[in-house]
Design a protein. Structure first.
Length: 411
């Protein structure tokens, strides 16, 4: 076969191949099946108790889990300690003879009176009476008042009789007499708390009348203060008196503030006098009451009224002359934050012997950031413990005087 014939056969083969259809592609292979994976390690939290945690993280986290349990035990121990301290605190201030415990019960009883919750009020006043503390006289009166509201008139009169017998010089006796008269007038009647008149509307009318016709309103207010009324009503009557400039209203308010009524009303009247003194700029009557009384609660109310009136001079004068350490400390706390009192408070330090009062002075100077006065006291202080306390307070002050003194101690 010649070369030419061979070339022609090759060309024919190529042409035939070009005209033939292309072969179909093979279908894709199905994906290989995925083997199932084992489940994740379990995660469990036990919330039955606030600190018992059960984390199942495997051996890798066993050390961390142990630390968590140790910390939880420490927190539980601290919580138990706090609960024990709270119980001790509650016991301390609720034991018989405790002034703060009696004050809390007495105030709770009066709030129950305002809400008409007579049984709760009676329970509180009975506890104060049994403690025989400084609040027992007032509690006896309010016990009788509450018993009358409950319709237990014989028991109410027995309570007023106990008040007259146990406290023959009590300032609550006039209120007790008025209550006895009301009980006698109500004898044979079905007295119930729900049948009492609406004193709120009466006071609103008196408030309007005292401005338009004080000669008519003031005798009504005076009689209301002398009658057997709940504390809220009498306090509102005093407020009405404090809102008028009528001379007779001022006389009535001054009379109650000087003790012409029960001690609770006296404190309320003093509070209103403090607000009036601020408006008028005359606080001397308040200070005169302070020097004339020996009642700690009344004196405390006057100190606060003087603070309301902005009278730091009389407060400082009271602190200098007061025999009660409790009242001296109260006056010093009320002077805290007032301008130009730091030097006067520091001047009290050398003669003061009571630790409570000394700490009140430190609190006032620290609160006012008066580093200079604290440094002066620290340089002269001979008591090592008290000097440490002064240095501790100075260390928290960002003051040049404090820093310079602390540097002196390091030399």
């Amino acid at each position: 076969m010649t070369p030419t014939r061979i070339a022609i056969l090759i060309l024919v083969s190529i042409a035939a191949a070009a005209q033939a259809p292309a072969p179909r592609p093979a279908p894709p292979a199905p994906p290989a099946p995925v083997a199932p994976q084992p489940p994740d390690p379990p995660f469990a939290v036990n919330l039955d108790l606030p600190f018992d945690f059960d984390f199942n993280f495997g051996p890798l986290f066993q050390d961390q889990l142990a630390q968590v349990h140790v910390q939880a035990d420490q927190i539980r121990a601290q919580a138990d300690q706090i609960r024990a301290q709270a119980e001790n605190f509650r016991y301390k201030f609720s034991t018989p003879g405790s002034r703060r415990g009696d004050d809390g019960l007495y105030n709770s009883g009066q709030r129950a009176l305002d809400r008409g919750q007579w049984d709760e009020a009676l329970a509180d006043f009975n506890r104060v009476v049994s403690n025989a503390g400084s609040r027992a006289e007032g509690a006896l009166y309010w016990k009788a008042y509450t018993l009358n509201k409950l319709g237990r008139r014989d028991e109410a009169r027995a309570a007023t009789a106990e008040l007259r017998k146990s406290y023959p010089n009590s300032r609550w006796l006039d209120d007790a007499k008025a209550l006895d008269m009301e009980i006698q007038q109500a004898a044979g009647q079905n007295v119930s708390p729900e049948s009492q008149p609406d004193e709120e509307l009466k006071l609103m009318a008196l408030n309007a009348l005292v401005h338009s016709d004080p000669d008519r309103a003031l005798p009504l207010l005076e009689n209301l203060l002398k009658s057997a009324q709940p504390p809220r009503v009498k306090e509102r009557a005093l407020f009405v008196l404090s809102q008028t400039e009528a001379p007779r209203a001022q006389q009535l308010l001054d009379q109650v503030a000087h003790g012409g009524g029960n001690p609770d009303l006296q404190v309320t009247a003093i509070t209103y006098l403090g607000a009036m003194a601020r408006r008028k700029g005359n606080t001397q009557p308040l200070y005169d009451i302070y020097t004339a009384t020996s009642d700690v609660n009344v004196k405390r109310a006057i100190l606060r009224a003087l603070r309301t009136a902005g009278d730091t001079d009389h407060i400082l004068q009271a602190v200098k002359t007061e025999k009660s350490a409790e009242l001296r400390a109260e006056g010093i706390r009320l002077l805290s934050g007032k301008a130009d009192t730091g030097d006067a408070l520091a001047a009290l330090w050398p003669a003061e012997q009571d630790q409570q009062v000394k700490y009140a002075i430190l609190d006032a100077l620290s609160g006012d950031r008066n580093a200079k006065a604290l440094v002066d006291l620290a340089r002269k202080e001979r008591d090592p413990q008290m000097k440490k306390e002064m240095v501790r307070r100075l260390s928290g002050m960002q003051s040049k005087e404090a820093t310079d003194y602390l540097m002196e101690l390091l030399k």
